[in-house]
Design a protein around this ligand. Structure first.
Ligand code: NAP
Length: 215
């Protein structure tokens, strides 16, 4: 039985909820398509976007203030009744450990099966994440990949995981993830267009707040 079949049969809990984790600096159509595809494929009753306050592995780049990132998510998801946003990680402050978020969501939705959706490049480092075994025991990961993404490195990095935990990490290719936040920031900085890469309301917000002008 392949994992899709197993997934469909394997759980009789009534609801499945997606937790969409990321920095969202800024949110763009790639993220929105990822969340919507995951919702459809895994029959998620809702997807909760959770902007990270401080992603634990973040490199040197200065990230935009959390209020801006949260507001851009709010604007971007406004038209989708299945999407909501939580400021849980932002209110918690400190490093945004996914295990803390998953355990809090479990308390809030005790009957639901939880899926954590994020980019495959973030999942590459999952073995070094805080309390990774407990994390994988409590949610299933959906690692979204960009077109042409080579799974070799991910497989290699995950090979130390026992089979039972490995099965909790699924991958999903999302063509729209050719769009990236890094590229959008660079385009804004260089005065190139970002139209059609992200919702208009988010684009307006970026220019109104003069984000990404000088990083
Ligand atoms: P990142 O390094 O900013 O992103 C890695 C890659 O994944 C980028 O290509 C990014 O594209 C893409 N990506 C990020 N979020 C995505 C999403 N929701 N859907 C589709 N693609 C996505 O990753 P990060 O924001 O630092 O971390 C991602 C999540 O993992 C966050 O929720 C973070 O808190 C969590 N995390 C937890 C731990 C821990 O618990 N110890 C450690 C590291 C990360 P874009 O730049 O275009 O978004």
């Amino acid at each position: 039985m392949d994992w899709k079949e197993e997934f469909r049969r394997g759980d009789d809990r009534p609801a499945a909820i997606g937790i969409m984790g990321g920095t969202f600096d800024p949110i763009h159509y790639g993220h929105l398509v990822t969340a919507e595809n995951a919702r459809h494929f895994f029959s998620l009753s809702r997807v909760i976007f959770v902007p990270a306050y401080r992603p634990p592995h973040k490199k040197q780049r200065r990230i935009s203030p959390p209020e801006h990132r949260l507001e851009m998510v709010r604007l971007a998801i406004a038209s989708n009744p299945h999407f909501t946003v939580s400021d849980m990680e932002i209110s918690r402050r400190g490093p945004s450990y996914t295990i803390d978020t998953v355990l809090a969501m479990q308390q809030a939705y005790p009957a639901a099966r939880l899926f954590f959706i994020t980019g495959a490049d973030a999942v590459l480092e999952i073995l070094s994440w805080h309390r990774v075994t407990e994390l994988l025991q409590n949610c299933t990961f959906i690692a979204a990949t960009r077109p042409g993404y080579q799974l070799g490195q991910l497989r290699h990095n995950l090979s130390a995981l026992p089979e039972v935990l490995l099965r909790r990490i699924l991958t999903m290719e999302v063509p729209a993830l050719a769009i990236s936040s890094t590229d959008i920031r660079q385009r804004v900085r260089e005065g190139r267009p970002v139209k059609y890469l992200l919702p208009e309301a988010v684009e307006d917000y970026i220019y109104r707040q003069a984000l990404y002008q000088g990083d």
